[in-house]
Design a protein around this ligand. Structure first.
Ligand code: ATP
Ligand code: SF4
Ligand code: MG
Length: 368
């Protein structure tokens, strides 16, 4: 995949990452087949950068996140973080790295202990990693963390169920921040929230990124949300990255037929403009037995015979603005220009949704 856009060494480098989950069947529970959840993925994340990973449900986004965090072991590949191959570290060494590599999940309620006060929850990692020396320092740091995420110090005494969804996600962000990470894997962090709250949480994530130089891997199925936070976007389809570019370039000049189809479902901000609605036909194929050659050939309107056999490589060809843009379709230059199809009803619904989303991003209100 393309290099990160600055000259600094990448914070995270992922090479040839593969994860196959064995499926057991029969009375003896023997592994009879496997799910190819991640099928050879390469990418980098620079210091202070946001890489968004997007794609339909089941394409392997969360599995990539869990592999990077080493919550699960890969079938093959390498994950280098701050120069170290994480997969070669023993448990103690990994524990030390984990501090710098944090996670935020979609459902903050499930990831917060319902029986612990917020103060105890934020204080726990501070003790564990010896970041505070005594109770007073701990309380001060907890209060500081709560203020950083737009909550009040007295919220430390409350339990997770006393907060709204947006506030709970703020608590999850505060807990990740407590240990001063360099990279946060955020797996659909706003997908469960109402649109106006989504914007507030994303604005908060951006502000914290700027302040602390954090890098994010922002996993989402929603390109409209990703547009507001991503520096670069990697589009996944059935375990592989099919396209990667800066967010601006990807939205302006999508090359891969799958990216085009995904983008066609994102409403346009300009009410006079219309975009191709290349709706994808058919369900996403099973990752147990993915299509041969280009995984996308069963749904691609431009597929040709060779696509059933040849596995397209992710090839970088620089964008007009000089940034790297990589595409796993050798035919992208020959594809017809985007044709304009208007689906009135859907466009209207999309526009209402986009209007709400944009209004929410403009609003700086932080009261969740
Ligand atoms: N522990 C597991 N055992 C078996 N299969 C798994 C396991 N975890 C994930 N999978 C399968 O791997 C594939 C990728 O799953 P993953 O959760 O990474 O997708 P995703 O892109 O995050 O989807 P979503 O948008 O729904 O969260 C899917 O086919 C899923 O069913
Ligand atoms: S390689 Fe073939 S099937 Fe795959 S996206 Fe390109 S044209 Fe479509
Ligand atoms: Mg997921």
């Amino acid at each position: 995949m393309s290099p990160a856009p600055n000259d600094a060494p990448p914070l995270l480098e992922v090479r040839g990452l593969v994860k196959h989950f064995g499926i057991k069947s029969g009375a003896l529970g023997r592994i009879s087949s496997s799910v190819r959840a991640v099928d050879g993925v390469d990418f980098e994340v620079g210091q202070g950068e946001t890489l968004a990973i997007v794609g339909e449900s089941g394409c392997g986004k969360s599995t990539v996140g869990r592999l990077v965090l080493r919550l699960i072991e890969p079938t093959a590949g390498e994950v280098r973080f701050e120069g170290d191959n994480l997969l070669a570290l023993d448990q103690d060494q990994m524990r030390a790295r984990r501090r710098r590599l944090q996670v935020i999940f979609q459902d903050p309620y499930a990831s917060l202990n319902p029986r612990m006060t917020v103060g105890a929850m934020l204080g726990e990692p501070l003790w564990l990693h010896r970041l505070v020396g005594n109770q007073k320092q701990r309380n001060e740091r907890v209060a500081e963390l709560l203020e950083l995420v737009g909550l009040r110090p007295d919220h430390a005494r409350r339990y997770p169920h006393e907060f709204s969804g947006g506030q709970r996600q703020r608590i999850a962000i505060a807990r990740a921040l407590a240990v001063e990470p360099r990279l946060i894997v955020a797996d659909e962090p706003v997908s469960a929230l109402d649109v106006s709250i989504q914007a507030q949480v994303i604005n908060l994530m951006r502000a914290l990124q700027k302040r602390f130089g954090l890098a994010y891997i922002f996993i989402s199925h929603d390109l409209a949300v990703v547009k507001h936070i991503a520096d670069r976007i990697a589009v996944m389809y059935l375990g592989r990255i099919v396209e990667t570019a800066t967010a601006d370039e990807l939205f302006r000049n999508p090359r891969h037929p799958y990216t085009r189809a995904l983008l066609s479902a994102v409403p346009l901000p300009d009410p006079t403009a219309v975009r191709e609605r290349a709706l994808l036909e058919g369900d996403i194929p099973s990752a147990v037995n993915p299509p041969s050659g280009c995984h996308f050939h069963t749904r691609c309107p431009f597929a040709r015979e060779s696509c059933k056999v040849d596995v397209p490589q992710l090839v970088t060809e620089f964008a007009p603005d000089g940034t790297p843009h990589a595409t796993a379709c050798p035919w992208w230059r020959e594809l017809p220009p985007a044709k304009i199809l208007i689906d009135g009803v859907q466009q209207e619904q999309d526009r209402i949704r986009l209007d709400r989303l944009q209004a929410a991003f403009v609003s700086q209100t932080e009261a969740t």
